[in-house]
Every structure is written in C-alpha cells, then in structure tokens.
Design a protein around this ligand. Structure first.
Ligand SMILES: NC(=O)c1ccc[n+]([C@@H]2O[C@H](COP(=O)([O-])OP(=O)(O)OC[C@H]3O[C@@H](n4cnc5c(N)ncnc54)[C@H](O)[C@@H]3O)[C@@H](O)[C@H]2O)c1
Length: 278
C-alpha cells in the first residue's frame, strides 16, 4: 500500500488527483482541506474508485496545523510516499488597486501553505529514505500575465522552490514535480477576489473554454510524477507560450504591452479565451 497526502482535495484538481491515484489501486490518501463536506465527498469517491483514506481538517496557512497533520500521518501510517501541496486561491486586480489583505490572503495560502507542507514533510521523508513531492504551481507563475499579480508571484515562488528542492533532495531519493497548468474548470473562481467585472468575466470565460478537464490535468500530472519529471505543463498552449517567452521575453511582453497601449487588451484577452488559446 502506498500513502499520499493531498491538500485542497475537497474539490477540483485536488479531488481529481486523489481519484487518479485511487483508480491505480493500492493507494491510501489523506484528504486535507478546510471544507468538511467536500472532503467527505472526495473520500466516498476515492473508496468507490478503488482507494482508501481518511479526511483531515487542515488550513494550510497555519504552520502548526500543517505540522500536526504531518505528525498525525507519519505516526499513524508510518510513511508518506507522496505529498501533493495543492490548496490554492486566486486574487486578481492591478498592482496598487488590490487591497493588501488580498495580497496576504493569496500569499499565505499559495506560497506559505506550500512551504509549510515542504517544511513539515521533508525531514520525516528523509528519515524514511525517500518519497515524492508534487507542488501545484500554475502557468501563471511562468507567464506573469497582467491583473493577476498576487497569484503570479505565489506561483512563480512555488516553481522556484520546486526547482531548488529538486536539486537538494535528489540524494535523499525524494523526487519533486511542479505542475503548471493553464486554465481548467474547477471551483477556484467561487472564492476568487477581483477588482472589476472584466477580471471576473475573463476568468470565467477562460474556465468555460479550457482545453482540458480537471481529470485530464490530474492524469497527466500523476503520469509525470510516475516518470519523475520536474515540470508538468499539461496543456499544449501553456508549453507554447512558455517557449515563446523563453525565446524572447522582451518581444513576448512587448507585443502584449503594445496591444494594451492601443486599447485592445481586454477585447484581445477575451477573444483568446473564446478561441481556446488560454
Ligand atoms: N483551475 C485552474 O485553472 C488552475 C490552473 C493552474 C493551477 N491551479 C491550481 O490548482 C490548485 C487547486 O485549485 P482548483 O482549481 O482545484 O480550485 P478549487 O477551489 O476547486 O480547489 C481548491 C481547494 O483548496 C481548498 N483550500 C482553500 N484554502 C485552503 C486552506 N487555507 N487550507 C486548505 N485548503 C484550502 C479549497 O477548500 C478547495 O477545496 C490551486 O493551487 C490552483 O492555484 C488551478
């Protein structure tokens, strides 16, 4: 039996990741979240799909809660083969308009939550002789598109943290994978904080027209973990933009800035979602 811990698994991507493991057979999953009803639903689905597990209420922005979750699972289950730091939220707006409390909310969950997971689980994983950590980043952390700064910076930090850990943990036989999906439909927008109607309209349109489902993104992520890959960028369009940006960041941001300067930014962004280029 292999053991996994997945934060934010009461819904969306976390739930889909739990089911992708359950379908493989032989997995026991600690479903961690702040949403009790959602966790119970996920556990029932995991059992139906061939897995087993438990639920554990854990607010990842509270370091002592994350530490008590690690203490609980290692003492009760003996080992953790896979930790998935997935819980996340989104805050949009222009820098200068976004209230500082929204910055803190996003950074506390998306960055500090992931870091607390790594901090509490790495020492016992080293002691057990190996394991794997998947950190859920986003293409937002690779592309830094406008009006999403709090989300972008947390996801860029998660990518950098994962790249660092990949090198540091190799001699301890702990693999590290960072998932960087583009938009796909989940409940992420239910709690999204934004500053104007366009930001909400754009995000909803991108979710509605996403090229992959949460199940497809989860399946690609688990396959990348099985192959011990560092990056998983599940949608082709995400890979395409990443390559374009890396070839010439100045041209990449120059083209976007030109379109925005000419006053076509919002129209173009919405069009890109509708033709499924986001
Ligand atoms: N949906 C997308 O388009 C997309 C794209 C790239 C990356 N992601 C990332 O995927 C991850 C999962 O998001 P999702 O899209 O499935 O959204 P979701 O809202 O469906 O799931 C997020 C889960 O995290 C939980 N959560 C929120 N705050 C928490 C906290 N403080 N402690 C513990 N749990 C908490 C929520 O209760 C929810 O169950 C996030 O990190 C998100 O940034 C999503």
């Amino acid at each position: 039996m292999s053991n996994a811990v997945i934060t934010g698994s009461a819904s969306g991507f976390g739930r889909a990741l739990a089911l992708a493991l359950a379908r493989r057979g032989g997995w026991k999953i600690l479903i961690a979240d702040i949403n009790q009803a959602g966790m119970e639903e996920t556990l029932a689905m995991v059992r139906k799909a061939g897995g087993d597990g438990e639920i554990f209420e854990c607010d990842v922005s509270q370091p002592e809660k994350v530490q008590s979750m690690a203490d609980y699972v290692f003492s009760k289950w003996g080992k953790v083969d896979l930790l998935i730091n997935n819980a996340g939220v989104v805050s949009c707006g222009f820098v200068g308009d976004i209230p500082l409390q929204d910055w803190h909310w996003c950074v506390d969950i998306n960055f500090w939550g992931m870091l607390y997971g790594c901090h509490s689980f790495i020492p016992p994983m080293k002691a057990q002789g190996g394991g794997h950590i998947i950190n859920v980043g986003s293409s937002a952390g690779l592309l830094s598109l406008m009006e999403m700064a709090p989300y972008n910076i947390t996801k860029a930090a998660v990518i950098s943290l994962s790249e660092t850990m990949r090198q540091e943990l190799v001699q301890h036989k702990i693999g590290v994978t960072v998932a960087c999906p583009m938009f796909f439909n989940t409940h992420l927008l239910d709690n999204m904080r934004y500053q104007n109607d366009f930001q909400s309209k754009f995000a909803h349109s991108a979710f509605e027209h996403g090229r992959l489902t949460a199940e497809e993104v989860a399946e690609k992520t688990i396959r990348s973990y099985e192959k011990n890959k560092l990056y998983v960028i599940p949608q082709f369009i995400g890979k395409y933009y990443w390559v374009l940006k890396r070839l010439s960041p100045s041209i990449f941001y120059g083209v976007i800035s030109y379109v925005v300067k000419k006053g076509y930014g919002e129209k173009m962004a919405l069009l890109m979602t509708r033709i499924r280029m986001m």
